[in-house]
Design a protein around this ligand. Structure first.
Ligand code: ADP
Ligand code: MG
Length: 626
């Protein structure tokens, strides 16, 4: 993006930035501009009221000689000069009070506005991500996605939206004050603006390039930092064993320093010029005072004039400083605009899964009819070779089907295609003669229970992990009990102090691999699906538990279609239909006996597992597989 960002004009940035703001917030944006305007006008009135006040207290005769003052004196029927002074002071104070109240309000509104924009963007980007096809996640680093939501969007809000609003507000203020300076004395106004402008422009030109570089570095640094944190906390066991803790700490330290360096450079570059300008302006006002008092230009009241300039400077300087600061901050951080814009749009065109419109009533696909892969091909994005190449196979309903084959043969890819997580590049998957399409996915996926090789557990109770994604009050205890029984979890749960309400710990750290697998199996069984797909799901189990689970699976297969992906023979020996994968195609399909007789590859697999705990089928039958 850093490259594409270069060719964008300021207009492009503004249009893109505006397009990130939700339509319904535009009226709030308009209201904000009106508030800024009102705040500016009142500030101006506040400033303008100071000079006449000073003038009348130093030269009370003005009240009778100045037309406007005399008119107001008569109109409100004041009885003494002192009364008039007090009234004037109250008037000036009220103006200042109103002006500051409106300014405070506009700041409050602008913060609320940007927070709304941010929350909306975070929600939109997150929905876009989770609704993206599964394959999108296979190509992305999750830390980057997290960083985009948790770091880049807040950066857009605080460093772009708020700065842009501030820029507008301060520019309004500055323009009006400068206008009034011109009205009072053109020469002085030109001199003052020229002086302040030159200082700021010079500093800006000197720091511009560095600011941009630091701004661009931040996104990358944030992502790297999150990636490192993520990886190291996940891999803490290995890190401890190879004693890589200090390397990780050092690397994190370097990244943190770099990020903060960049951020502080941008901050300082925006902040420091104020002190130079304030010094210069202070000297200039002193100079002006001496000049006015010593020179012969007497018709103006020097104290009144000076107090006007001091007051104007007091309001103008922060405004100009604000303009400068937001300009340089915007310069540094506006890289996030095209970056977020692209991220919001890059996932938009692709197939969305699980979205509500797919819920539409559709003729239900009958999961109890044959599932047939017809010449299915699949190539992973960015990959050169097909993971699945012309795959044709048949999955038998209400039976145990097994995908076997060497690792990398395409078994998991075939399972993901069946799950509808991946879409065939060509060919089709047919259920009872009806091709599986996008529009079927919502209903189709609800009929499937899936047990992956590595089970994802949330740090909740076992009950909530089994009834995954179901609100606590809607959990059905009968379904939980059934799922626990079939997954052979009874003994594990009985041994726990809090039973089914025991928390599993982050990612299930409190449980063994086999126990986690069984929670995963119970989860897949909870919704009483018609089809259950186990992807190497029993590989972490000991042979006795595996056998018990295979028996339960066999038990439920009279009413369900089972697909077991396995490389271990023990888990497929009781299958009714074995599909042998080889390099993305089916080498042979049939019963154990058929394959053993007709496939030399299958014989090799069987022979390779001789000497393991389950060397052949007759042995398995001895120890109890039905
Ligand atoms: P199996 O489950 O039989 O071990 P897979 O279906 O996981 O095999 O993989 C089949 C082929 O697809 C392998 O060559 C693997 O390298 C490739 N593959 C798997 N996942 C991806 C991915 N996300 N991106 C690119 N290639 C992949
Ligand atoms: Mg696999």
């Amino acid at each position: 993006m850093n490259n594409s960002g270069k060719s964008l004009s300021i207009k492009d940035y503004i249009m893109m930035g505006l397009s990130l703001i939700e339509r319904s917030l535009f009226s709030k944006l308009a209201l904000l501009q009106a508030l800024f305007m009102a705040s500016t006008l009142f500030q101006l009135a506040g400033i303008a009221s100071i000079a006449p006040f000073i003038a009348i207290i130093t030269t009370p005769s003005l009240i009778q000689t100045n037309e406007l003052l005399k008119w107001s004196y008569d109109y409100f029927q004041f009885e003494s000069n002192n009364q008039y002074f007090v009234a004037f002071a109250i008037f000036a104070a009220t103006t200042i009070l109103i002006s500051n109240t409106i300014t405070a309000l506009s700041i409050w509104f602008s913060i609320r506005f940007s927070v709304r924009v941010g929350a909306n963007l975070q929600t939109r980007l997150y929905s876009n991500y989770v609704l993206s096809p599964y394959v999108f996640f296979a190509q992305q680093n999750s830390s980057k996605l997290i960083s985009n939501i948790t770091q880049e969007i807040p950066r857009f809000i605080y460093m772009v939206v708020q700065q842009a609003l501030n820029f507008v507000a301060q520019t309004l203020t500055a323009v009006f004050i400068i206008g009034s300076l011109f009205y009072v004395n053109i020469t002085l106004a030109v001199a003052a603006i020229g002086l302040i402008g030159t200082i700021y422009v010079t500093i800006y030109l000197f720091t511009k390039k560095q600011i941009t570089i630091h701004g661009q570095a931040i996104e990358n640094l944030n992502q790297q930092k999150l990636k490192l944190l993520n990886e190291s906390l996940h891999g803490i066991k290995e890190i401890k064993l190879i004693h890589a803790e200090s390397w990780y700490s050092k690397t994190l330290g370097k990244l943190a320093l770099k990020t903060l360096n960049s951020a502080s450079f941008i901050e300082l570059a925006g902040e420091l010029p104020r002190y130079i300008v304030e010094t210069v302006i202070f000297c200039a006002i002193l100079g002006l005072a001496i000049f006015m008092l010593t020179s012969s230009m007497t018709d103006a009241n020097p104290i009144a004039v000076l107090s006007f300039y001091a007051m104007a400077g007091y309001k103008l300087l922060p405004a100009i400083q604000g303009i400068y600061k937001s300009t340089s901050t915007l310069k540094a951080h506006s890289v996030v605009i095209p970056s977020i814009y692209r991220k919001l749009n890059e996932t938009n065109n692709s197939r969305k899964q699980g979205s509500a419109e797919l819920k539409a009533d559709l003729p239900p696909l009958d999961p109890f009819s044959d599932i047939v892969f017809k010449n299915v091909k699949y190539i992973y994005p960015g990959s050169k070779t097909h993971a699945i190449n012309d795959l044709s196979l048949q999955i038998k309903p209400m039976a145990v089907n097994a995908f076997v084959g060497a690792s990398g043969a395409g078994k998991s890819t075939a399972a993901d295609l069946l799950l509808g997580l991946l879409e065939p590049s060509s060919g089709s998957i047919e259920i009872g003669g009806q091709a599986l399409e996008d529009k079927h996915m919502y209903i189709w996926q609800r009929k499937i229970g899936y047990v992956p090789q590595s089970i994802f557990l949330t740090d909740e109770s076992i009950r909530q992990n089994i009834a995954f994604g179901i609100p606590r009050e809607e959990i059905d205890d009968k379904k939980i009990t059934d799922a626990i029984r079939l997954a052979q979890l009874n003994k594990v749960i009985d041994a726990l102090p809090d039973g089914i309400d025991t928390k599993v710990g982050e990612r299930g750290t409190k449980f063994s691999g086999g126990q986690i697998q069984r929670i995963g199996i119970a989860r897949a069984l909870y919704n009483n699906p018609d089809i259950i797909i186990f992807d190497e799901a029993t590989s972490a189990l000991d042979s006795v538990t595996e056998l018990e689970i295979m028996n339960s699976i066999k038990e439920i297969s009279s009413s369900k279609t089972i697909v077991i992906v396995a490389h271990r023979l023990s888990s497929i020996i009781a299958a009714d239909n074995i599909i042998l994968f080889d390099g993305g195609v089916v080498e042979k399909q049939g019963t154990y006996e058929y394959l053993f007789k007709h496939s030399s590859k299958f014989q090799t697999i069987v022979n390779a597992s001789q000497g393991n705990s389950k060397p052949n089928k007759s042995h398995i039958e001895d120890i109890g597989v039905k």
